[in-house]
Design a protein around this ligand. Structure first.
Ligand SMILES: *[C@@H]1O[C@H](CO)[C@@H](O)[C@H](O)[C@H]1NC(C)=O
Ligand SMILES: *[C@@H]1O[C@H](CO)[C@@H](O)[C@H](O)[C@H]1NC(C)=O
Ligand SMILES: *[C@@H]1O[C@H](CO)[C@@H](O)[C@H](O)[C@H]1NC(C)=O
Ligand SMILES: *[C@@H]1O[C@H](CO)[C@@H](O)[C@H](O)[C@H]1NC(C)=O
Ligand SMILES: *[C@@H]1O[C@H](CO)[C@@H](O)[C@H](O)[C@H]1NC(C)=O
Ligand SMILES: *[C@@H]1O[C@H](CO)[C@@H](O)[C@H](O)[C@H]1NC(C)=O
Ligand SMILES: *[C@@H]1O[C@H](CO)[C@@H](O)[C@H](O)[C@H]1NC(C)=O
Length: 506
């Protein structure tokens, strides 16, 4: 009942918000323009059920180049008994056999596996704990081997990164080696369980990147040092460790600036021949009974999200991805964990609408051109320029080979605030560059009367040295290209110089 009511409110709001806010290019297109990996933790069954009138799955499609399952890959979910597994959710995501695909591949998304071993008795299958007294060390090792080979082997080649171990280090001092937490695995195998897990995972899929994932290590300090000690010990034992997942569950008061303890911690891992990823970002703000106390806090949250994206870009490609833990405040672990006193930590709000933090990240990735009047020339034909055959609408847009100094050969490029730009002829503000038939193998461009629609919006990808890809908003995998010596059109992007343009401010 509550849900039906709230959805009615939701559609009421949707119908009253401006068009641009519904038409975000999204974080996925934006990340693609920058060559970054961005994503979120998801709940497979909510995708499968197309909940909230498909809003849940559609926003993942719009905003993620990578997904990680929030809970569906945890041993408590899939390991039901010795040799007994529940593959329902993970098969939907990845396909049940080597040759079949799942939702993730069908949507061209990369997948992080999370997690093979969470060495904390509260996270270990109950049937295993119940049999603890009758399980010998050798048997425990066999069980661990079976489990990891079954899970990693089943999805071999389909998962790029595995969190082999999650949160093994105790936050307070213990007498355990490597300051490990107590758990079933620790009691049966001592610290060797770490080594076995990494070795079994590598044997089951030699190409997967193997990560250790934890919280509280994003800044320098004892726990970050202990994490490096753990990696060094694993390596001394012959195990391979490729990367460290830094969870980044933080709040809006966190300051992250270049050179600070956060940057130093990332750099120390990288200096230790490790890649890193931001694996579980959320940025809480104070709430009262789940409601925002002060909308201004959303703008403090913006600063933190922007700083996090700048951090990920700074360390790219050693920082392999930035993932948030969920993506809409509607489904998040935070309100329950913080008893509704903190939350609202994600880029989309409870109604799946873009929060200021979302818009800021989108802009940081896509806002690569300064507003102004430009001449556009193909990189391979720099003497030519893009122009309109006449000053008017429905005019052919093509390359010109004269002095390129006419007002219909210069474009006033202006940021539209949503990740895209408008190109209007210098001669007449109202005549703009637009596309039609963009999905054809060769789509078209021409001038249009400005109607503020998606076919008239363009994104850029900066290649450096004033060279750009020019991307239609309605198909971010396509680009404007030259087609012979004078025609231009829209084609699939395949890294050809004929698809690159010089922008010269005039
Ligand atoms: C998995 O799906 C099957 C078929 O829908 C169902 O019968 C079974 O109960 C499910 N298993 C679990 C553990 O959810
Ligand atoms: C899977 O694909 C490979 C290569 O295309 C093929 O050799 C193999 O027979 C296929 N296996 C199944 C179970 O279809
Ligand atoms: C914990 O151990 C570390 C190093 O072993 C030590 O520097 C630190 O003071 C200890 N902390 C406490 C609270 O005992
Ligand atoms: C962490 O260490 C403390 C202090 O030794 C201990 O009380 C606690 O039970 C440990 N937690 C786990 C999960 O091992
Ligand atoms: C381009 O046109 C402007 C104004 O019409 C003129 O001032 C300028 O000298 C021209 N430049 C060239 C290179 O012809
Ligand atoms: C470019 O377009 C913007 C937005 O329409 C307008 O405000 C601005 O005056 C134009 N600039 C020039 C130089 O024509
Ligand atoms: C759009 O492209 C299709 C397929 O290439 C073509 O058949 C159709 O005529 C095009 N439409 C227009 C309006 O050019």
């Amino acid at each position: 009942m509550i849900r039906i009511k709230t959805l009615l409110i939701y559609f009421y709001l949707l119908s009253s918000i401006p068009v641009w806010a519904q038409n975000q290019p999204g974080l996925r297109a934006s990340a693609n323009l920058r060559g970054l990996q961005i994503g979120a933790a998801v709940v497979v069954d909510q995708i499968r059920q197309n909940i909230d009138f498909k809003q849940y799955s559609e926003k993942i499609q719009r905003d993620c180049t990578v997904v990680v399952t929030e809970n569906d890959f945890k041993p408590m979910r899939i390991w039901l008994g010795e040799g007994i597994y529940n593959w329902n959710e993970t098969d939907f995501l990845l396909g049940a056999t080597a040759n079949s695909t799942g939702w993730a591949q069908q949507n061209l998304m990369k997948v992080r596996g999370h997690t093979l071993v969470w060495p904390d008795d509260r996270r270990i299958p109950k049937w295993l704990l119940d049999q603890e007294s009758s399980i010998t060390s050798d048997k425990a090792k066999l069980l661990l081997s079976d489990y990891i080979h079954s899970v990693v082997g089943r999805y071999r080649g389909k998962i790029l990164w595995w969190d082999v171990i999650n949160e093994a280090i105790n936050d307070t001092n213990t007498t355990n080696p490597l300051n490990l937490r107590d758990s079933f695995w620790m009691r049966k195998l001592g610290q060797d369980f770490l080594k076995f897990a990494f070795q079994f995972a590598q044997a089951a899929d030699p190409n997967v990147k193997l990560y250790y994932n934890d919280y509280g290590i994003e800044s320098i300090g004892l726990k970050a040092t202990r994490t490096r000690n753990l990696v060094n010990w694993l390596r001394s034992q012959g195990a391979t460790v490729h990367g460290i997942g830094l969870q980044w569950h933080i709040d809006f008061s966190r300051s992250i600036v270049r050179g600070d303890g956060h940057y130093q911690s990332a750099q120390q891992f990288i200096n230790n021949q490790l890649d890193i990823s931001v694996t579980e970002l959320d940025v809480t703000i104070p709430t009262n009974g789940g409601y925002l106390i002060d909308r201004a806090d959303l703008y403090k949250q913006v600063i933190v999200y922007r700083a996090m994206l700048e951090y990920a870009i700074y360390f790219y490609p050693k920082c392999e991805a930035l993932l948030t833990w969920g993506f809409t405040d509607r489904y998040s672990w935070l309100p329950e964990y913080y008893k509704n006193n903190r939350g609202a930590g994600l880029p989309l709000d409870w109604m799946y609408l873009a929060k200021p933090a979302f818009l800021e990240m989108q802009e940081l990735m896509t806002g690569v051109v300064v507003d102004g009047v430009y001449r556009l020339s193909p990189q391979l034909q720099p003497d030519k320029c893009l122009g309109a055959s006449q000053i008017g609408i429905n005019s052919i847009v093509q390359l010109y080979n004269d002095e390129c100094n006419k007002t219909n050969q210069k474009w006033n490029i202006t940021w539209l605030g949503d990740g895209t730009y408008r190109f209007s002829l210098q001669s007449t503000q109202n005549f703009v560059l637009g596309t039609y038939n963009v999905s054809a193998s060769l789509g078209h461009v021409q001038t249009y009367n400005w109607l503020d629609n998606a076919n008239q919006r363009w994104a850029f990808s900066a290649k450096g040295n004033d060279i750009f890809r020019i991307v239609p908003q309605t198909a971010w995998w396509k680009v404007m290209t030259t087609d012979g010596t004078s025609n231009v059109g829209i084609v699939d992007y395949f890294t050809s110089k004929s698809q690159h343009w010089f922008l010269t401010k005039v």
